[in-house]
Design a protein around this ligand. Sequence first.
Ligand code: HEC
Length: 106
Amino acid sequence: MKLHIWSAGFATCLVAGGAMATPALFHDADLKLGQKLIAEHRCAECHIRKVGGDGSAIYRPQGRINTPGLLRGMVEQCNTELNLGMFPEEVTAVAAVLNRDHYRFK
Ligand code: HEC
């Protein structure tokens, strides 16, 4: 039995997650904006250097990034470390696109 009380954001996802294709966290995300930002910040270029191919092998849904919240957190971390200067809603948009195309969290 799982009785973890996570942060409010995560809890919302868990509650809403079952029935819907998009995690609650990403419902309002601007996917077009996310795609634009991913291209602009050349996310793939650097990932390709690390894993080859089209770079998408870096995204591992079975790895340590295994919830929408952690995915968004990882993008936020890149945002900070790489000094990309994205706004919170832009980070969410980027994470939502990665989720749609790679992680597919429900
Ligand atoms: C300067 C190089 C570089 C750039 C630019 C970069 N990344 Fe990464 N990224 C990495 C490396 C290296 C890893 C692997 C880290 C690890 O495995 O510990 C990674 C891992 C990730 C992961 C986690 C993958 C997983 O499932 O474990 C995500 C998500 C991610 N990057 C998103 C982004 C996004 C979004 C951008 C663009 C806004 C971006 N990265 C730009 C180098 C980069």
